[in-house]
Design a protein around this ligand. Structure first.
Ligand code: FMN
Length: 113
């Protein structure tokens, strides 16, 4: 799909089917996260794929924004590995994580998830 069409196609889903996400699709989403640009290419991003009932229940305790998902990607970063701006020590980890999340969202759109 043309990039602009893909970007226009993406939207925030707030109700999910109970269909399981195929392993090959999960692997593609992780690959999209892996190749995302990060500050100084330090790649501090970490992705936790939660697809067990027990794991989803734990996540539901931490956020009301689950909307009935059965597979969730928890995106975080290693504070010890993210780049800190030299003159004011700003941590670029949250920005990296946002870019990684966007890569995942666009690939999810491409995969029709
Ligand atoms: C940084 C960020 C935080 C967001 N947090 C939430 C959230 O907590 N709950 C939620 O339902 N949507 C959240 N959203 C989704 C936005 O509400 C949504 O992207 C926006 O309304 C535009 O709609 P669209 O994604 O369908 O184009 C968030 C989006 C961004 C970029």
């Amino acid at each position: 799909m043309d990039f602009l069409d893909l970007a226009r196609e993406r939207y925030s889903v707030r109700r999910y089917s109970d269909q399981k996400v195929e392993k090959e699709k999960i692997e593609k989403l992780i690959e999209a996260a892996r190749i995302a640009p990060t500050a100084v290419n330090l790649q501090p991003q970490r992705i936790l794929v939660v697809d067990s009932e027990e794991g989803i229940k734990k996540l539901e305790k931490s956020t009301p924004f689950m909307f009935g998902v059965n597979t969730a990607f928890v995106i975080f970063y290693d504070k010890g590995e993210s780049w800190k701006q030299t003159y004011n020590r700003t941590d670029y980890g949250p920005i990296d994580a946002g870019v990684v999340a966007t890569h995942i969202l666009l690939e999810a759109t491409q995969l029709d998830l």
